[in-house]
Design a protein around this ligand. Structure first.
Ligand code: F6P
Length: 464
């Protein structure tokens, strides 16, 4: 079996400690451990004069190789083009997208530099798996350096509708770069269709059937691989998590009152202000819940240097303060808003202790919190998932209470319905969702993608 080389913006180097290794990191590490390989990417650090060569951590059979970024590269590549251009654009926020040519140049420069630093570490038989929007041009840069290996790409975010993608001045260059991969994976059918649509209608590419596309002189496979979670591990953790001190404290403090929970990075795509407004509407429309139901919103700060993220933070502080000021009582606060993360073990306990999981992004590639909430439930008394129809997860978890996060009335009604739902209906919906969560577990996602990548003929599909 050939070696695997994983390339991603962030690398879960074991030295960085377990706190950073989420489910995805664990799954990728396992894949690397099976056949040996390299995990390559950004160190997460900036330096005034970054070292020319990657820092290497050996953890046989896996090599972790990471590069620091200069302040300028970090600004233009990460804060700039990745998170102020591609991120908003891919999440349908054209109003927030900043089309700055200098950031684009920085994005290309970092991709070129990273490809040049990985190339000497590669063997001819390695299979390369690149992740996410930060690294779209990575394969074309490797190809330019003569790398003919199999290269796959998985996009963790949505891929936008053609009309939205066309607003990107560099759309053609990025699409051409995507076609330098042999396999391109998307979260949902929606994303795949948007990509096919663009390739066929804008670039005159050809759809060859069986998920094969020909464009820019290359043939590639573009398919749907919905990402999942480590289901059994999550269930086991959740069963024990009720004993966690933080979870016990929360349950004790809540007493007879009921809790709803939202857990998101502090990101405008997650629809947190809209959620707060919907919750306010819920309190107003169903006053019997005042004093007895709270929304706990966990939102660790993310990408804090990017202006749009600073703005959403102050908007939320204002909103939470307003709602608590208007509705709060001496012994009850409607919104518990926490700008910090919690260890996985504690989170699963929180999920289990909360009657309603509120996952209402305005747009999301998948949203694993939705799947984690489901997997953490007590099978004998499951809670209810209220899920945005614009999260990739809604494609699979159609037994959730699906909502339109832009419609506060709709979400307020859904929250009320979730609280009133009978145990029988809750159980029925939960069982249906658990089945789907199992069907697309993290292991299955990884195995499916890698088996397709490994089946690419030597020299690519063009050579078949
Ligand atoms: O979902 C997109 C994503 O980039 C993930 O890959 C990552 O875990 C998350 O957002 C956090 O973002 P960042 O790496 O910018 O902190």
């Amino acid at each position: 079996m050939s070696r695997l080389v994983v390339v991603s913006n962030r690398v879960a180097v074991p030295d960085d400690g377990p706190a950073r290794a989420g489910g995805l990191a664990v799954a990728l590490r396992e894949a690397l451990q099976e056949n040996g390989g390299i995990w390559f990417g950004w160190s997460g650090k900036t330096a005034v004069r970054p070292a020319e060569e990657p820092a290497v951590t050996e953890a046989p059979p896996v090599t972790y190789a990471t590069l620091d970024l200069s302040r300028c590269d970090h600004q233009e590549y990460y804060n700039g083009f990745a998170n102020r251009t591609l991120w908003p654009l891919f999440h349908y926020r054209l109003d927030l997208a900043d089309f700055n040519r200098q950031d684009y140049t920085g994005y290309l420069r970092v991709n070129t530099h990273f490809a040049e630093k990985l190339q000497p570490l590669l063997r001819a038989t390695d299979d390369i798996w690149v992740h996410d929007y930060h690294l779209i041009p990575f394969a074309s840069e490797l190809r330019r350096l003569g790398v003919a290996n199999r290269i796959g790409f998985f996009l963790h975010t949505p891929f936008p509708a053609m009309e939205v993608f066309l607003a990107l001045p560099s759309h053609e260059r990025l699409a051409r770069s995507l076609c330098a991969y042999d396999v391109v994976g998307f979260q949902t059918m929606n994303d795949l269709r948007a990509f096919q649509d663009y390739i066929v209608h804008e670039q005159g590419g050809e759809f060859l059937g069986d998920n094969m596309l020909r464009a820019f002189g290359r043939t590639l496979r573009a398919e749907v691989y919905p990402i999942g979670i480590e289901v059994e591990a999550m269930q086991r953790t959740a069963a024990h998590a009720m004993q966690e001190p933080a979870v016990r404290r929360l349950i004790k403090h809540m007493g007879e009152r009921r809790l709803m929970i939202g857990v998101d990075r502090l990101d405008y795509s997650k629809g947190i202000p809209e959620r707060f407004r919907s919750f306010e509407r819920f309190l107003e429309k169903f006053p019997s819940h005042q004093g007895s139901v709270s929304l706990m919103q966990i939102a660790p700060v993310s990408r804090g240097e990017v202006p749009e993220y600073k703005a959403i933070r102050s908007e939320l502080e204002h909103l939470a303060g307003h709602i608590n000021g208007v509705y709060g009582e001496l012994d009850w606060m409607p919104i518990r808003y926490l700008n910090k993360g919690f260890p996985r073990e504690t989170l699963t306990g929180f999920y289990r202790a909360c009657r309603v999981g509120v996952v209402t992004p305005l747009r999301d590639g998948m949203n694993l919190v939705a799947k984690e909430y489901v997997a953490s439930q007590n099978p004998h008394e499951p809670g209810v998932l209220v899920l945005s129809r614009f999260a990739g997860a809604a494609r699979e978890l159609d037994a959730a209470v699906l909502v339109n996060p832009f419609d506060h009335e709709n979400v307020a009604d859904a929250l009320n319905r979730a609280l009133a739902m009978s145990l029988e209906e809750r159980t029925e919906r939960w069982e249906a969702m658990m089945q789907k969560v199992h069907d697309s577990s993290l292991d299955k996602w990884r195995e499916r993608f890698l088996s397709v990548l490994r089946a690419v003929p030597e020299g690519g599909y063009g050579a078949a």
